[in-house]
Write a protein that binds this ligand. Sequence first.
Ligand SMILES: NC(=O)c1ccc[n+]([C@@H]2O[C@H](COP(=O)([O-])OP(=O)(O)OC[C@H]3O[C@@H](n4cnc5c(N)ncnc54)[C@H](O)[C@@H]3O)[C@@H](O)[C@H]2O)c1
Length: 246
Amino acid sequence: MKGKTAIITGGGSGFGQETAIKLAQQGVNICVVDISDENGLKTVELCEKEGAQAIFVKADVSNLDQVKNYVAKTIEAFGKIDLFFNNAGISGSGVRTLECSEDEFEAIVNVNLKGAFYGLKYVVNEMLKTGGGSVVNTASLGGVVGMPTLGVYSATKHAIVGLTKTIAGEYGRDNIRINAIAPGTNETPMVKAFPADAIAAMADAVPMGRLGQPHEVADVVVFLLSEQASYIHGAVISIDGGSAAL
Ligand SMILES: NC(=O)c1ccc[n+]([C@@H]2O[C@H](COP(=O)([O-])OP(=O)(O)OC[C@H]3O[C@@H](n4cnc5c(N)ncnc54)[C@H](O)[C@@H]3O)[C@@H](O)[C@H]2O)c1
């Protein structure tokens, strides 16, 4: 992986940050894309601590100009893009799905679907110029099964699965591998803030009896991005303690 260049959207927290650090440990140049300066700059600092070169580009992934800008800034800094973790996403307020407001519907679709599509469109275009690359899109357990009270989120994540499979069919011969991950509920800062009994109930619903840890997701992402996964293409990999199996 040494000398390769990765873009990680939503790189300022959670799965994105964990993945950035693990890639930095392997000598990958990192472009952290995030809407939050604080989060993005923190990840850059953590990558630099690992001895990697890293830049932060502030962007809202649902804004086309800002997507074009993070692609351009990465090329300017590192000359190419080899790896893309297309990961930024938001969930929802947890109301019954048809009670979701129009504004919330639009916000979720804009970030999770439009943002992921724009990223793919402009990053893959750069990969075509340099002879290939590897992409991991972040779907969700909610992208392979329904998710009560998070129906719009679930719909956008099903869309990510559709995009992944379709684009894999279209770009495999261009030496661009495209896969998706479908993580179950993880102990991210957001989940950790829930009441203890709610966390216990969520963990109890998982066949393995516990929630995931972000590093368990990041390990799979790094593997999928690497040459070790050289014949994995168009796959949707569940990382959910068995939840999708039920
Ligand atoms: N945490 C879970 O349990 C879980 C489970 C399944 C799927 N996911 C998915 O994994 C991805 C990452 O989740 P996480 O838990 O690491 O999230 P997180 O909230 O810890 O981090 C997300 C990062 O994305 C950034 N971000 C939000 N909106 C953005 C935008 N419009 N443009 C650019 N950056 C933006 C945030 O500032 C934040 O730094 C998301 O797509 C999420 O839907 C999470």
